[in-house]
Write a protein that binds this ligand. Structure first.
Ligand SMILES: [Zn+2]
Length: 318
């Protein structure tokens, strides 16, 4: 699939599947305080995260295009300090869409992982290129002491440029879309995403950032470190079941039935869309999609982007 088509599908496809598009996209919502200095602004695409420092504000992700003024209005309810850094978790347009609104101000530095930076500078389809001023490969620290922000990269998952942003003073980590929704995430193979790589990547994030007590997702609410670990365990189990089932000549449908046999995975296999995240489909539908992606990767094929799945195509529970 061409990149422009993929990018448009990322924004629109998932919503069309469940009919949310007809109702209009969820708009920007009020900022929610996560910790002393960290806020989450939901809606209008992915979560934006605000970290208020001694002299300035660090903003993570800028939602869909035309959200800049609304994001700034939410920041102004919290503080008068200027936004000096925009950090992007990855290149999708529901996370970098309003970068230009902030980047046009003098002194604003845009930060992204190198693979993401390359895609942002390229743009695609209806989405213009975005400036990146500071890129990193595996790790970079911005500021010191209570103002310190760490940006980490641990490998592929949702894309091949998924950054983890950690605020040590507040013990809060923003994971972006690799942990979007408390269910198996969307994999974007055209942007280097990989289901087989994902468990290793997120396990590295868990152990290399041991002080992250709260983990924020690209979409959806804040989670505890324990919830993050249970989600990692589920995705590792999904890949292991896919590998073992494929080895025995089974199908993704067989693998889905085996996953359903694990009681502790039930929360990640629900048949109802998560509240407020209806455009993401159901957890069980996403697990089935990612089993199909894992099987394609195991066969050495180019995995397909599947934004969602018609409920009638999900195998019934056994
Ligand atoms: Zn994304």
């Amino acid at each position: 699939m061409q990149r422009a088509v993929v990018l448009s599908a990322i924004v629109l496809g998932g919503m069309a599947v469940t009919g949310v598009m007809a109702q209009g996209l969820p708009g920007i919502e009020e900022a929610e305080q996560v910790s002393e200095n960290v806020w989450r602004i939901p809606g209008a695409g992915g979560n934006s995260v605000v970290f208020v420092r001694s002299e300035d504000v660090v903003l993570v992700d800028t939602k869909l295009p035309n959200s800049g003024e609304s994001i700034l209005a939410e920041i102004r309810k919290i503080t008068d300090k200027p936004v000096t850094y925009v950090i992007n978790t990855h290149s999708h347009p529901d996370h970098v869409g309003s970068n230009a609104f902030f980047a046009e101000n003098d002194g604003v530095q845009v930060v992204a992982q190198a693979n993401t930076a390359a895609r942002m500078r390229e743009g695609g389809g209806p989405f213009p290129p975005n400036r990146v001023d500071m890129e990193f490969t595996n790790y970079r620290a911005i500021g010191e002491g209570a103002d310190k922000v760490e940006v980490h990269y641990f490998g592929a998952g949702h894309t091949d440029g998924d950054a983890f942003i950690f605020f040590p003073e507040d013990k809060v980590m923003m994971a972006g879309d690799i942990y979007a929704w408390h269910m198996s995430p969307l994999i974007d193979p055209a942007s280097g995403g990989s289901m087989l790589a994902l468990p290793t990547t997120v396990t590295a994030a868990y152990y290399n950032v041991p002080d992250a007590e709260t983990v924020l997702a690209g979409h959806g609410s804040a989670h505890t470190r324990e919830e993050f670990l249970s989600w990692i365990t589920f995705n590792r189990g999904l890949v292991q079941v896919a590998e073992q089932t494929a080895q025995m000549g089974g199908t993704p449908e067989d693998a889905l039935a085996r996953l359903e046999g694990v009681p502790s995975f039930a929360i990640f296999m629900g048949d109802e869309p998560l509240p407020g995240l209806e455009y993401g489909g159901t957890p069980r539908g996403r697990a089935y999609i990612n089993l199909m992606v894992a099987f394609e990767e195991l066969r050495g094929e180019e995995a397909q982007l599947r934004m969602g799945i018609d409920p009638s195509e999900i195998p019934p529970r056994q």
